[in-house]
Write a protein that binds this ligand. Sequence first.
Ligand SMILES: [Zn+2]
Ligand SMILES: [Zn+2]
Length: 408
Amino acid sequence: MKHYNCKEELKLIIKDYPFLCKICKKEKALIEIPSQKIKVCKNCYNNFFENRIKKTIEKYKMIKPQDKVGVFLSGGKDSSTLLFVLKKLYPDINLQAIFINLGIRYYSDKLEDLVKNFCKNLEVPLFIYNLPEKEGYRIDDFIFTYFKDKVCSACGAIKRYLFSKIAKELELNVIATGHHLDDTISVMLNLFFQGDFLGIAKLQPSLPPLFPNQVKKIKPLYTTPEKEILYYAILNEIPFENFKCPHANVTPSKKIKELLTKLEDENRQIKYQLLSVFTKKLIPLIKSNYKEEVLSLCIKCGEITSSQDKICSRCKRIELLEKIDNKTLELTKEEFEDYIKNLNSNWVLIDLKNRENLLNESTKKLKRFFKSYRDKHIFLTASEPEIGYLFTLKLRKLNFKAYNIKTV
Ligand SMILES: [Zn+2]
Ligand SMILES: [Zn+2]
């Protein structure tokens, strides 16, 4: 897994401008504030960035001094930057970092190490919840269900449930999430295109508890553009992963994000204009025309749900996992030799060495290559087990019976 090498990235965003910082006019300018198109010094960049977050927190009365505030870290730049800034702006509040190890092979454990180091250096207590150990399944297992192409959506429902469960366990009052301006706008537009107006009305910077036993959810980065978070993280050497989750796919929201970036070239205020139209015009209109959703408690897990059958989306997804009797995706050499005894000759062993570039090729090419093994169990070895595993997941999504053999 590649991590952002801050030293390398720094060279890319930091320039040797031949003039002084446009804000303090004392230090040399070395970085541009993307949304403002002005070049400033490091100190002024940080002040500008942190002040906007502070203003958002104060405007929406997000945090009270006695609150216990939880930040769920994903290992990505947004949640880590959020924790870093909260600690800097409010050194005296009760901060709690949380990491959920989702059991995604060759991914989750590395993120856990990264997050552990980060919290240790930042001196923020970290709570780790290991999903496979605690609940007996991995997010990878959804590859055996009809969620195989949209594992992210299954994962989202599981995480929402865990956020709420862990918040109660740790007696948090507030959960702060790293949703930023680009997230908010792209999700709003996506919901708009789907006609899900009630969903839009729920996208607020501060969401009070919906039920007595729930926590408040806040988004302190609500008005911060994504690019500015990236720059801040690199500038302040905040460690974050630069390795895509193997289950990540292109969602409509991601496509809208790309579109917005293009529009921004012509109008750099476009995101703020859209945010303002949504929050000041559309959301009040929606609220005055729609009835609130009827919420009840899930009969299986006790968390809130708007589902009529009173079974929440997390529990419905768990039911799918319970129906799978064989969740094998990866075997050691010994396990493999044992496994094939029951398969007669209906299997094939493929060495991927020299063919690993297929991973970056189109789905069509991948399908064509494996076509003749369609009905067989396909066992894969690669130069690194991680690569074999990525092939396994890709092939499973295409309905091949693939397995990775751990050679190292
Ligand atoms: Zn300055
Ligand atoms: Zn449930």
